[in-house]
Design a protein around this ligand. Structure first.
Ligand SMILES: [Zn+2]
Length: 161
């Protein structure tokens, strides 16, 4: 058994300790540090392990795909204190700050998307604005980011062995 593939989470590259979350893909077991990383892998496995036969994953070639974006919060003043606790278990967020009611977030699209950040915050009782134009904007950004992931996933790597 090749144990090297079990030492690190293939999505966030964090060292795996005790808590392993497994999934099966193409008859191979993969292990993750969190449900977040497992879900991402299941949606776009080839971002992290490469296309069959190419042996080269986008993740190992690009390392990360940095994005900075913002979310409108429903109660920015009320939410500011719970932000640290909410963000702690979330993978892929590099920086965040509250500025004039907007939550600015810098993140790695290979680990988390703006929509996934928003969903995670809602689970931690931090509501994002329900105004229609914010919802529309968020669903548009989600569409773009999911497309970007799908495009990255289907790219045939060049000059990579
Ligand atoms: Zn992980």
């Amino acid at each position: 058994m090749d144990t090297t593939i079990f030492n690190y989470c293939p999505v966030c590259e964090m060292k795996l300790e005790n808590q392993l979350i497994p999934t099966e893909y193409l008859d191979v077991s993969h292990f993750f540090c969190s449900e977040q990383c497992r879900r991402l892998f299941e949606n776009h496995p080839h971002l992290y392990i490469g296309l069959p036969g190419s042996g080269c994953a986008v993740k190992s070639r690009l390392k990360k795909v940095s994005r900075t974006n913002w979310l409108a919060l429903k109660n920015p003043d009320k939410s500011s204190e719970s932000l640290d606790a909410a963000f702690t278990p979330l993978m892929g967020v590099e920086h965040y700050e509250l500025c004039s009611g907007r939550l600015i977030v810098a993140y790695d699209l290979l680990q988390v998307s703006l929509k996934e950040v928003a969903d995670h915050l809602v689970n931690h009782d931090i509501q994002t604005s329900a105004r229609w134009y914010h919802l529309l904007r968020l669903s548009y950004i989600n569409y773009v980011e999911e497309n970007e992931r799908a495009n990255l996933e289907s790219q045939t790597p060049k000059g990579c062995h």
